[in-house]
Design a protein around this ligand. Structure first.
Ligand code: 5GP
Length: 217
């Protein structure tokens, strides 16, 4: 029994929080530190930023193609954010399961709420909200990265306020302090470790045959 892995990856880990809260940096570090995590590559109609690569950071799609996916029911969730569409393709979750990895999603709050109301079994979902240390710091971070115009920064700040008001729908919150993303990473690693140790039906199904217990009893 000692050599039998009792944990089979089946988590859909949703990381949300305002734009500028540092989600991408934290998720990057998490994925580098844990090869059983698979980043879910979202689809978006937003134009790529200079450093972004299609199929790595996002699946960059024309609006018509995105709308076709909506009609075909290909999305686990999707939402409009700042004038663009963003969505998680169901195929990303399937790919994680097939690779025997936990899926990790970086999405905004409206999409999170759509997943919250779905039964993902046999997968289990986990919702984590990353909160910036203060609104002033969030504003500073958004301006400093220079990826959005002033109008877009203002839009994102307004959305951030409404997103923070939805924090009650999450399981955990993490503060992401200035210049210390490693602290947030460590906290999330601890939450994931705890979640992987949860006693659920999958564990019982794994353990019983090892003990010779007949599952049909
Ligand atoms: P950005 O344009 O900064 O890459 O993303 C804008 C917002 O969209 C961020 O809050 C980001 O987390 C969110 N986002 C990225 N991918 C998805 C997705 O697949 N679904 C949803 N609902 N939001 C997403």
């Amino acid at each position: 029994m000692a050599n039998t892995p009792l944990y089979k990856p089946n988590l859909v880990i949703v990381i949300s929080g305002p734009s500028g809260s540092g989600k991408s940096t934290v998720i990057d570090a998490l994925c580098k530190s844990d090869e059983t995590l698979r980043f879910s590559i979202s689809a978006t109609t937003r134009k790529p930023r200079r450093s972004e690569v299609d199929g790595v950071d996002y699946h960059f799609l024309p609006k018509a193609e995105f709308e076709k996916h909506i009609q075909q029911g290909s999305f686990l969730e999707w939402a409009e954010y700042g004038g663009n569409f963003y969505g998680t393709l169901k195929s990303e979750i399937v790919a994680a399961r097939e690779a025997e990895k936990d899926a990790i999603l970086e999405i905004e709050v409206k999409g999170t709420l759509q997943i919250r109301t779905q039964d993902l079994s046999p997968a289990r979902s986990l919702f984590i909200f990353i909160i910036p240390p203060s609104f002033a710091i969030l504003e500073k971070r958004l301006r400093r990265r220079k990826t959005e115009s002033e109008t877009e920064v203002k839009k994102r700040l307004a959305i951030a306020k409404s997103e923070i008001l939805e924090i009650e729908h999450f399981d955990y919150w993490i503060s992401n302090p200035e210049n210390a993303p490693q602290k947030a990473v460590q906290q999330i690693q601890a939450i994931i470790a705890a979640e992987r140790s949860r006693i659920d039906t999958q564990l019982i199904e794994t353990i019983n045959p090892l003990l010779g217990v007949d599952q049909s009893d």
